[in-house]
Design a protein around this ligand. Structure first.
Ligand code: ACO
Length: 448
């Protein structure tokens, strides 16, 4: 099979959200800390009728229906998530209800978990499957679904929630450049969930930022080396049209792209202009560790990167700024933003992707885009995702209500024997929702 990659996408995020500037006032932090400091506008969260399974069910059924894909045509289904609902039973098995109804139980794949990286693991598995000998000619389906919630404190505004479904197959408008791929994996305690009774992570925020940037640099170097070996020429940011990053909050994305610009200067890439060399050259003698904590370098590189950021990164930031960190779905929500903003004009473009999951695992890979043929075309993907409309029809809740919902969810996490309010007023038609968890922890869902 040729040009294996993403044929179709659908995104779902809860209609319930809170504005970051409202949260700033409520939390009593300095004005601008969340909106400018973290670069976030709004944050979505699940109410008591939604969870990662209901969001996954909604995204998958909507994708199959809107692209006219028969559930029998799916041969592999992989889920990436770090929101543990059950220590044994995979989220994938819940999604099987959709396929069992059509008599299709012959579907490989289960869940992948490692913080925000699980979705990329699932995606690479599906792409590898289609490219392999065991491929049976049917589609792969990847679902990234997460609800990111943090305990009260500085990390709380970096929450979010969403599910993304992606259809994988040959002749895709979004094709993998499978030979160019570099990973960085290592053992660190930057963000982890050791307390199985709590949905909240233990997080060392500062360490997680440094780990992210180190992993980024390591992957970029690896990617450049592989590219140069196979293509016989240097790679630099000039060789890609867009850069898409895992986005816990937008400020980290700004810093990440600036780091790549600095990396090009440090590698003396031929595309680097004189003014960038002049402004950043002085920092190339810093050791790796020094460079991650140097504020002057951070400022100077962000300034040099700014005009490139506006062109190559900004078009892929809308959903992440509006919805927040969606963990495994974040990088694909960033990519969805790019398709939403640029759709057909991406024909012929190369998009760089950087996926990071704490703990840690990270991969940089690249995609080659072409318009494709309907229903699997860039313009149709943008149309189906209908991002503007989904953002517009959300309901802003007050911070008091938000905190109240967080409390209910804390209490219910891992719990049994309860029914939800079944209040679906805020949900769009066809959205799945949680109705009950019985005395044996079995979960029940319904469709609006
Ligand atoms: N106006 C403008 N900017 C402000 C203001 C203000 N009033 N107040 C603060 N800022 C800036 C700060 O200068 C800082 O920016 P800088 O990094 O460019 O200097 C930024 O806002 C954040 O302020 P901090 O004081 O650094 O924030 P704090 O330490 O309280 O929390 C953090 C931020 C660590 C990101 C926290 O939200 C967190 O732990 N989040 C979860 C961890 C995370 O997402 N890590 C990312 C990778 S791992 C993953 O994806 C889960």
């Amino acid at each position: 099979p040729q040009n294996v990659g993403i044929l179709a996408m659908e995104i779902y995020f809860p209609p319930t959200c809170i504005q970051q500037d409202t949260l700033e006032d409520f939390d009593g932090v300095s004005k601008g800390k969340y909106t400018i400091g973290l670069g976030q506008d709004c944050m979505a969260f699940c109410s008591e009728v939604e969870d990662v399974i209901s969001m996954g069910l909604t995204a998958v059924t909507s994708l199959l229906e809107k692209y006219g894909v028969d559930p029998k045509q799916i041969g592999r289904l992989e889920v990436g998530s770090e929101t543990v609902i059950d220590k044994s039973k995979s989220i994938k098995t819940f999604l099987m209800t959709i396929f069992e109804d059509c008599g299709n139980t012959d579907i490989e794949g289960v869940d992948s978990t490692n913080a925000c990286y699980g979705g990329t693991a699932a995606l690479l598995n599906c792409v590898n499957w289609v490219e392999s000998n065991s491929w049976d000619g049917r589609y792969g389906l990847v679902v990234c679904t997460d609800s990111a919630v943090y305990a009260e404190g500085p990390a709380r505004p970096t929450g979010g929630a969403a599910a993304i479904a992606m259809l994988i197959g040959p002749d895709a408008p979004i094709a993998f450049e499978s030979k160019f791929r570099a990973s960085h994996m290592s053992h660190v305690y930057d963000f982890y969930k050791p307390d199985l009774a709590s949905e909240y992570p233990v997080v060392d925020g500062k360490l997680s930022q440094t780990c992210y940037l180190m992993a980024l640099e390591s992957c970029y170097k690896g990617y450049c080396q592989k590219y140069e070996k196979l293509q016989g020429k240097q790679f630099s940011i000039a060789d890609a049209d867009y850069f898409v990053f895992h986005s816990p909050y937008n400020k980290l994305v700004q810093k990440s792209f600036a780091r790549l610009v600095f990396s090009d200067v440090a590698r003396s890439a031929s595309s680097v202009d004189e003014s960038a060399k002049e402004k950043l050259g002085q920092f190339t003698s810093l050791t790796g560790d020094e460079s991650y904590n140097n504020r002057d370098l951070e400022k100077a590189s962000q300034q040099v990167a700014k005009p490139h950021y506006d062109v190559k990164v900004q078009p892929g930031t809308l959903i992440c700024k509006q919805v927040g960190n969606m963990y495994t779905a974040s990088i694909y929500a960033a990519f969805a933003s790019l398709i939403h903003n640029k759709n057909s004009s991406l024909d012929g473009n190369r998009v760089m992707m950087f996926s990071y999951g704490s703990g840690l695992s990270a991969t940089m890979f690249s995609l080659r885009l072409s318009e494709g043929k309907a229903p699997f075309s860039l313009s149709n993907i943008a149309k189906v995702m209908n991002v503007d409309e989904k953002l517009k029809r959300r309901t802003e809740l007050s911070p008091e209500k938000f905190v109240e919902i967080m409390k209910v969810m804390e209490h219910r996490y891992g719990g049994k024997d309860f029914v939800t309010s079944k209040d679906t007023t805020l949900l769009a038609p066809d959205t799945y929702y949680l109705t009950e968890v019985d005395s044996k922890y079995r979960r029940y869902y319904a469709k609006k």
